[in-house]
Ligand binder design. Sequence first.
Ligand SMILES: Cc1cc2nc3c(=O)[nH]c(=O)nc-3n(C[C@H](O)[C@H](O)[C@H](O)COP(=O)(O)OP(=O)(O)OC[C@H]3O[C@@H](n4cnc5c(N)ncnc54)[C@H](O)[C@@H]3O)c2cc1C
Length: 477
Amino acid sequence: MSAMVAKKPRIVIIGAGMAGLTAANKLYTSPGSEELFKLCVVEGGTRIGGRINTSEFCGDRIEMGATWIHGIGGSPVHKIAQEIHSLESEQPWECMDGFLDDPLTVAEGGYELKPSLVDSISNLFGKLMEFAQGKLNEECSSNEEVNYYKLAAKAFKICASNGGPGKLSLGSFLRQGLNAYWDSVKDQEEIKGYGSWSLKLLEEAIFAMHENTQRTYTSAGDLLTLDYDAESEYQLFPGEEITIAKGYLSIIESLASVLPAGSIQLGRKVTKIEWQPNIPQSLGMENGHGTRPVKLHFCDGSTMSADHVIVTVSLGVLKAGIHEDSGKEALELEFLKDEEIINGVSATISSLLSNSRHQENSKSKEFCNGNLNSVEIPEGKEINFTKVLKSRWGTDPLFLGSYSYVAVGSSSDDLDNLAEPLPQNTSYGSNASPPLLQILFAGEATHRTHYSTTHGAYFSGLREANRLLQYYHSTGV
Ligand SMILES: Cc1cc2nc3c(=O)[nH]c(=O)nc-3n(C[C@H](O)[C@H](O)[C@H](O)COP(=O)(O)OP(=O)(O)OC[C@H]3O[C@@H](n4cnc5c(N)ncnc54)[C@H](O)[C@@H]3O)c2cc1C
């Protein structure tokens, strides 16, 4: 008599970033998982972490990718960091927590701006953002000197009548908001003592400064391409935004530490995935004893078969091949030579410090957010940077971008669609069992409300691991 040995289903996770390793961690640590399936992670690069990459530069630990825990209240990343004591370190690190108590705004030409001037425009910008996020209260605004709610509602109305549904950008709303503000303060007195700067130009420049900060939060090269509606769905955790003293990579290492040696395979870039659109679940279950429905092809020509694959590659990688103009500015920066960067940054910082009356104040050094060891500050006013460490997230074929945003013309529903597994459920009759989960999708760009962040990636990995665990428990495979 010959005994038939059942092959365990094989789950392959593509990508050893936050989403992939969270999924692997969850699947591997679930009770009884070793009996249920075999698991491996294939990573195209030579390191784990993906867009988390803690590095060293001139003796300091620095982050090339993810840097902050965006809001510590309820963040799973913060919870892990606390559990593994990563928030304290004896070694120097790029600490960028909190805000300067007494920030100084300097306009070109070395003109220090009065805080009241900066505050009024900063306040306006903040209120417009609150309106876009659905957080501005009409009643509270009516008691304020400027009725921001009314002003924002006016800006929204103008934009909506210009655009139509799905066409409204955050950028156009903000600019209409600034125009509405100027209309409401038409009779302001002109200011003096700022060279050729007029009040309106200064206000516009302060507003643009906030727009640029907003661009970095959202990764949109231009706020005119950022969908307005998605902004109100995006969720932030409350509390401080902090950096991780022992490095963001310590979170990744902690997630990976539970996996058996050899389960993460580096240098395994997937070039093609073949799957079977027409296999119903019944065949899939037999499949545990026969051929696996998914076939992965790697860049070295080798192949691997799998029952389930969780794809966690970035949106940029998924979209590779589609021609797009977005991110032009970031790409231009990536192509700059080291020498050009050193000269440009040295000149800008020198000019700011030499023009600032605060130059003797030690605080001025905080302009150089990051590594002061590599910056020589001589008696004169010149500062010379000597070394450059460059990331290339935009052009690296394993990333092709930094993090996702919802562009005008798309919507938050697209993020949900990205998270839908293949084959799709809809192709089967209502009485038929659901199709075998062949390809599942995780990664920050698949999370409707926390996209773009490490915790969004974490939640997406957890979601897909749970989808598979539920599938196994409900089918009893
Ligand atoms: C400069 C920068 C700053 C950031 N700052 C913050 C921040 O302060 N706070 C925050 O919360 N988030 C930040 N982020 C975003 C955050 O890093 C990401 O959202 C998160 O790390 C994404 O994780 P992921 O697992 O979805 O994707 P990834 O980290 O991209 O993981 C996907 C993995 O798939 C691999 N891969 C790609 N193609 C293939 C292939 N064909 N075959 C095999 N493997 C492949 C990649 O090498 C990668 O390791 C920042 C990102 C960048 C770039």
